[in-house]
Write a protein that binds this ligand. Structure first.
Ligand code: MD3
Ligand code: FE
Length: 215
């Protein structure tokens, strides 16, 4: 990474990794208790599951969704769907607290009028990883993706616009919120295998929420 700008506005550390990629360190920390309570309710209605990739591999990251649309993968491909294939029912409602956090973070990072219609929830246990990929299943790439990290820290790989561009490593820790838009929106990215550890609120896991405008 050649450029990394730090600013401190209203006691909030903000790092610009590149144009369009902004990390708000600890932005979600005050909301963490409320987020986890809402998450428990979501996981009760739509339990975390290990989805199958089109290539036939079982993902090490367990996933669920909330909001009007959810991201899913199976042998037929990747897509957004309003129905949870495991229950046959709509995904749980997007909690007001989730929406509020996503929208305030988006605005702080310079993305106004963000109206997410999907929230993908990833659960990493030690060893779980996400290989380098682009997020391309959304309709409008001018819309950012907002991510919220909770629990154990993870090494985020921030690559370039081509798969073989050497990725930078960025540690994402509990409470970090990041906005990925503009020129960063189609960059390759991934997560290295989660290191074992214990987090006081989440135990042996990391949760990542990604807010998206899919349609
Ligand atoms: C950069 N999740 O769900 S969040 C994903 O931590 C995903 O679970 C990771 O990649 C996780 O698709 C990374 C940070 C993130 C999310 C979307 C991006 C970074 C991004 C889209 C474009 C560029
Ligand atoms: Fe992604």
């Amino acid at each position: 990474m050649t450029l990394e700008l730090f600013t401190e506005a209203s006691g909030q550390w903000q790092e610009t990794l590149c144009p369009g990629a902004v990390v708000l360190r600890g932005f979600a920390t005050p909301a963490a208790g409320g987020l986890l309570a809402a998450l428990g309710e979501i996981a009760r209605q739509a339990p975390f599951r290990h989805m199958i990739t089109p290539g036939g591999f079982c993902m090490s990251v367990a996933m669920t969704n909330c909001g009007p649309l959810g991201w899913i993968t199976d042998r037929t491909g990747y897509r957004y769907d309003s129905i949870d294939p495991d229950s046959g029912k709509p995904w749980p409602t997007l909690p007001e607290l989730f929406l509020q956090l996503a929208q305030t973070a988006a605005a702080k990072a310079g993305f106004n009028h963000f109206e997410p219609d999907a929230c993908l929830i990833n659960r990493y246990r030690p060893g779980a990883r996400l290989s380098l990929h682009q997020d391309k299943d959304e309709r409008d790439f001018t819309q950012p993706i907002i991510s919220v990290s909770l629990g154990l820290p993870a090494v985020f790989l921030f690559g370039g616009s081509r798969r073989d561009d050497k990725p930078a490593r960025v540690l994402l820790t509990h409470g970090d919120v990041a906005a990925w838009g503009g020129a960063a929106r189609l960059r390759y990215h991934g997560i290295l295998p989660l290191k074992a550890g214990h987090h006081p609120l989440l135990g042996e896991q990391r949760i990542n929420l990604t807010f998206r405008k899919a349609t």
